[in-house]
Design a protein around this ligand. Structure first.
Ligand code: NAD
Length: 472
C-alpha cells in the first residue's frame, strides 16, 4: 500500500504518525491560497478529470474487471461514461448554478438589496465503498471541485485495483486539488480525527454512524449515502415480460452489488406467478444459459461477501415456505453466485438485511395497500420501484410511502437523470448529490444584505420606540 501526496510522490504506508494530518494540511493550504475560487480553475480541474478517464479508460476498465468482474460496457455505462456525463453537465451549467440568487426585501427594510451566493466550504473528505469503486469516489469529487473545494478521497480497500488506479492517476491530473489516501479502517479512522469542512460518506449504515459521530466532535456537516433494502411492487396491470427484463437488469447488474438494486419484489400471488414465469427467460436473454461463462456477468467482491450471501440463500432454501424459481448454483473459487430468484416467506433471512448480491426474493402480499404497509413497517428505502399502470396504486405509493427515490417502471435509472437529487432518507441516508445538488451540497449558501445608510429608515424601530408606540 502507498499513500500518495498531492505532488504525486509515493511513500510507504508506514509513514510516521501524523502523516494523514500532513496531507490534510496540504489540501487546506491549497484551499487557503485562494486558487480554487475562480470558476476557470474549477472547470479546468473537471476537464482534467475527464481527460484522465478517457486517456486511462483501459486501466480503469481493467481494474473494474479485476475487482468485480465488470464487463467493459457495464463499466462505461455505470462508472466511466457516467462520470464523463456528469462532468459535461456540470461544466455546461456551472455559471448558472453559481449565479447569485436575489431575495425579496420586506417593505419595512427597504431600500436595501438582498441575495445569496454560493461559497466553497474548504476541504472535503470523500469516503467511498467498493461496489462502484471509481464512480462513487469521483462523482462527489466532481461536485466538490465544481463548488471550489479541495478534496481528500479515500477509496475502498475492498476494490484494491481501482484504489490503486485512482492513486496512480489522480496525482497526475488533479494533484493539489484532490489527494488520494489509500487504506482501510486504520487510515479512515486517522482521517476522521482530522478537521474537514464536509464529510461525504457512501457505504453501510453501521460505519455511517461512526463517521457521523466523528464529524459531530468537530461540528462537521455530513452527507451519508447509505443502503438498505430497495423494494419493488408489481401488479398484473403491466406488461410482465418487459417488467421482468427491467427488474432482472437492475438486480443482476454488478452481480446484485448495487445500492439501488431491487432487493425484493412484493406482489399478489397472481402477479408474482406471472413475473416468475418471465424472469428466467429475461435472465437467459442477458447472461445466456450459463452466466458463469458470460463476460457480462460479474462476481462477488470478496470471499466474505460471497459467504454472506451464499449462507443466507442456503438457510432460506431449507425453509418450508421457500420455492426456487431459477438459479441457486454458486462457486466459492470464482466468487460466482448464479442469478437467483425464489419465493420466500416474509420471515426469511433474506428479508432481514440488504442482500447486496444476485438473489431476488419474491414475497406475496394481499394487495397494494398491504405492500404499502409492508414497506412502511421497515427502514425508509433508498429507492422504491413500482410497476403498475393503476393510477390509484401509483398515487398510494407516491403519497403514503417515503424513500430516497420513487421510480415507476424502471429501477436504478434515476441516477442518470442529472437534474434529480440522489440520496436517501431516514435509514438510507441524509443529504443528496448529482449535478446542481452536488454544488449545493459542497457549498455554503451565504446570505448577503446591503442596506444604504441613508435614508435611515430604521429610525422608526430604534429605542426608545417613541415613533413605534404610536403604530403598534
Ligand atoms: P466498504 O466496506 O467499502 O466501506 C465503505 C468505506 O468505509 C470504505 O472506504 C472503508 O474503508 C470505510 N470503513 C469501513 N469500516 C470502517 C470503520 N470501522 N471506520 C471508518 N471507516 C470504515 O463498503 P460497504 O459499506 O460494504 O458498502 C456497501 C454499502 O454501501 C451497502 O449498504 C450499499 O447499499 C451502500 N451503498 C450506498 C450507496 C449510495 O449511494 N447510497 C452507493 C453504494 C453503496
Amino acid at each position: 500500500r502507498t499513500v500518495v501526496d498531492p505532488a504525486g510522490v509515493d511513500t510507504p504506508a508506514a509513514r510516521p504518525p501524523g502523516s494523514v494530518g500532513s496531507l490534510v494540511a496540504a489540501a487546506r493550504a491549497v484551499f487557503d491560497s485562494g486558487v480554487t475560487r475562480p470558476v476557470a480553475w474549477r472547470r479546468d480541474r473537471l476537464k482534467a478529470m475527464n481527460r484522465m478517464l478517457l486517456e486511462h479508460r483501459g486501466d480503469f476498465t481493467a481494474a473494474l474487471a479485476a475487482d468485480l468482474g465488470k464487463h467493459p460496457s457495464e463499466s462505461w455505462l455505470t462508472e466511466l461514461g457516467f462520470l464523463a456525463s456528469e462532468i459535461t453537465h456540470t461544466i455546461k451549467h456551472l455559471d448558472q448554478w453559481l449565479a447569485p440568487r436575489r431575495a425579496d426585501v420586506p417593505l419595512a427594510l427597504q431600500p436595501a438589496k438582498a441575495h445569496t451566493i454560493l461559497e466553497p466550504l474548504g476541504v472535503v473528505l470523500v469516503i467511498a465503498p467498493w461496489n462502484y469503486p471509481i464512480q462513487l469516489v469521483l462523482a462527489p469529487v466532481i461536485g466538490a471541485l465544481a463548488a471550489g473545494n479541495t478534496v481528500v478521497a479515500k477509496p475502498s480497500e475492498m476494490a484494491p485495483a481501482c484504489a490503486a488506479a485512482l492513486a496512480r492517476w489522480i496525482p497526475v491530473y488533479l494533484g493539489g486539488a484532490v489527494t488520494v489516501v489509500e487504506g482501510g479502517v486504520p487510515e479512515t479512522s486517522a482521517l476522521l480525527e482530522e478537521r474537514f469542512d464536509h464529510i461525504f460518506y457512501t457505504g453501510n449504515g453501521r460505519v455511517g454512524s461512526i463517521v457521523m459521530a466523528a464529524a459531530a466532535r468537530q461540528l462537521t456537516p455530513v452527507t451519508l449515502e447509505l443502503g438498505g433494502k430497495s423494494p419493488v411492487y408489481i401488479d398484473d396491470t403491466v406488461d410482465m415480460k418487459a417488467a421482468a427484463a427491467r427488474i432482472a437488469w437492475g438486480k443482476f447488474m454488478n452481480a446484485g452489488q448495487t445500492c439501488v438494486a431491487p432487493d425484493y419484489v412484493l406482489g399478489t400471488a397472481s402477479a408474482l406467478f406471472n413475473l416468475a414465469a418471465e424472469l428466467p427467460q429475461a435472465i437467459r436473454a442477458m447472461y445466456g444459459g450459463a452466466p458463469s461463462r458470460s463476460g457480462a456477468y460479474g462476481h462477488m467482491v470478496s470471499d466474505a461477501a460471497f459467504g454472506r450471501v451464499a449462507a443466507m440463500l442456503d438457510h432460506d432454501l431449507r425453509q418450508d415456505g421457500t420455492r426456487m424459481v431459477t438459479g441457486g448454483r454458486s462457486d466459492p473459487a470464482t466468487r460466482y453466485i448464479e442469478p437467483t430468484v425464489l419465493h420466500v416467506e416474509a420471515g426469511a433471512v433474506l428479508m432481514e438485511e440488504e442482500i447486496f448480491g444476485p438473489v431476488l426474493p419474491l414475497v406475496t402480499v394481499e394487495s397494494a395497500a398491504d405492500a404499502v404497509r409492508f414497506v412502511n413497517a421497515r427502514d425508509k428505502p433508498l429507492s422504491l420501484y413500482v410497476f403498475s399502470e393503476d393510477r390509484g396504486v401509483r398515487k398510494a405509493f407516491t403519497e403514503q410511502t417515503s424513500s430516497g427515490a420513487l421510480n415507476f417502471g424502471v429501477p436504478a435509472a434515476h441516477l442518470s437523470v442529472p437534474g434529480l437529487p440522489f440520496g436517501g432518507v431516514g435509514g438510507s441516508g441524509m443529504g443528496a448529490y448529482h449535478g446542481q445538488h452536488s454544488v449545493e451540497t459542497f457549498s455554503h449558501r451565504k446570505a448577503v444584505l446591503d442596506k444604504p445608510l441613508a435614508p435611515d429608515t430604521l429610525g422608526l424601530i430604534y429605542p426608545p420606540f417613541g415613533a413605534l408606540k404610536r403604530q403598534v
